[in-house]
Design a protein around this ligand. Structure first.
Ligand SMILES: [Zn+2]
Length: 465
């Protein structure tokens, strides 16, 4: 009954017409609009997907601008951290209309790490999650139950868009503990009425033994864990799986195609973090960048280079417990503004190029580990252990490839393949080489020498400053 009424309201007010949706956004007072939005979309993942698929760009931009002003005003009044930053920068909150009015006011990971939570909390929290970084102390983000439910609603829409339906059986092997992702995935499945086991991060062999027993056909997990599971399945046999979802960070093309080959199923990547409250974006079947959740996040790219790549900056539009205003995510990406063939109008960002702190600025341009992954992954005769170093000789930057060769591989053939890949895949990087802005060098090492057993850091800057 309720669905029928909702359908009627939806058709009457908005229908399939984009101009009607814009008119709706422009003329209907906001409180009424919010009510109607809630009635039209409600808690239903398919309705949200329909909405996300058809909603015109001007409508999204308008919603985002309004939501930004709301959350900014709210945080300027209640968040000690932001109030202090604005005072220091001499910015009058009443004059701020968009992020462009905030100059160099950002929230950074170091702020979250170094300051007490009270500096960021705007009301009493109901849950806390952590991100464990490489540097020891975790970053903490606080939420209300409602905010976690909302994150699950949006993740549900992304799952639905990728084909997850009631009747499917999802196993989520994201690490649990203080990490948010497995909770959000579990709640997303619950909302959609989809069977779900969110079991923390078991040993791949323990999960493998249960795949047949529980008839899981959707696997959600981290890339390296998926590779280990797939190695077992390659030897002992794969089960029928229709979809694999992986947290995108560190899922190289080589991993992806290996996992897809073993299971004969598509691997779709998601992108998110604890600070984002789980997912920030997810690929569609086109697998060309992440569609981002523009209803909950306003994204900016800080200091973009010539190709548009820069550090991702995120403002949480919906959260009120611990809103983050212009949070510097440290990941490097760019916007993809061409419409996606899948039809979803939500904007895309590209695969993450690397961490801001892994980027090396040199004669070749802004270099990220991901560039070299794409250059090296299909060069024959290489092990997956490699390192690229930026050195300096005199006044010239040297880009040195340190590679381990399989027996019988000829070094000149590898050199030639690497040069060819740079030229075809990164023409600007190649042009800078041709212009003499840096030189290429190659060192071939016996197996096992790089990194002494551990995986070597992929890109290192060895110049003296
Ligand atoms: Zn798409």
């Amino acid at each position: 009954m309720l669905t029928a009424v909702r359908k009627l309201v939806e058709r009457a007010l908005i229908g399939d017409s984009a101009p009607a949706l814009v008119r709706f956004a422009k003329t209907v007072p906001r409180p009424i609009r919010k009510l109607v939005e809630r009635a039209v979309i409600g808690d239903s993942a398919p309705a949200l997907v329909r909405f996300g698929r058809t909603v015109p760009r001007p409508f999204i931009r308008r919603l985002q601008a309004e939501s930004f002003r709301d959350v900014f005003r709210y945080a300027a009044r209640r968040q000690k951290f932001l109030a202090r930053k604005l005072r220091e920068a001499g910015i009058d909150p009443a004059r701020v209309r968009g992020p462009e009015d905030l100059g160099h006011v950002f929230t950074t990971a170091d702020d979250l790490l170094g300051l007490p939570p009270e500096d960021f909390l705007c009301r009493e929290p109901q849950a806390v999650f952590e991100t464990t970084g490489t540097s020891g102390a975790p970053k903490r983000t606080y939420f209300s139950y409602e905010e976690i439910e909302a994150a699950a609603h949006h993740e549900g829409a992304a799952l639905y868009q990728n084909g997850v339906r009631p009747g499917d059986r999802v196993v989520c092997a994201f690490d649990a503990g203080y990490w948010i992702s497995s909770w959000v995935t579990f709640l997303a499945c619950k909302k959609m009425g989809v069977f779900c086991s969110a079991v923390g991060k078991p040993q791949p062999k323990d999960l493998y033994s249960r795949l047949g027993l529980y008839r899981y056909n959707v696997i959600v997990a981290d890339p390296t864990w998926l590779v280990s599971l797939s190695e077992i399945a390659e030897k002992q046999g794969a089960f029928p799986v229709k979809l694999i979802l992986a947290a995108g960070d560190r899922m190289t093309d080589v991993y992806r195609s290996y996992v897809q080959d073993v299971w004969k199923a598509p691997v779709i990547l998601g992108y998110g973090s604890t600070e984002a409250g789980g997912g920030l974006g997810m690929e569609c079947r086109e697998r060309a960048g992440y569609h981002v959740d523009e209803f909950d996040f306003l994204l900016e790219i800080a200091e973009p280079d010539a190709e548009g790549y820069g550090e991702l900056v995120m403002t949480t539009l919906a959260r009120r417990t611990m809103p983050l205003i212009r949070y510097r995510v440290r990941d490097v990406t760019r916007f993809i503004d061409e419409p996606c063939p899948c039809g979803v109008t939500l904007r895309r960002i590209s695969r993450i190029r690397g961490r801001r702190d892994e980027m090396v600025v040199m004669g070749a341009g802004n270099m990220h580990p991901e560039i070299f992954e794409r250059v090296l992954h299909d060069v024959e005769g290489l092990s997956d252990r490699w390192q690229v170093a930026v050195r300096q000789e005199g006044i010239r930057d040297i880009l040195e490839f340190r590679l381990e060769l399989a027996n019988g591989t000829s070094p000149p053939a590898v050199e030639q393949a690497v040069r060819r890949n740079i030229e075809s895949r990164y023409p600007e990087v190649w042009t800078n080489h041709v212009c003499g802005m840096y030189q290429l060098a190659f060192r071939f090492l016996p197996a096992g020498l790089l990194g002494q057993g551990r995986k070597p850091k992929r890109l290192v800057d060895e110049r003296q400053f």
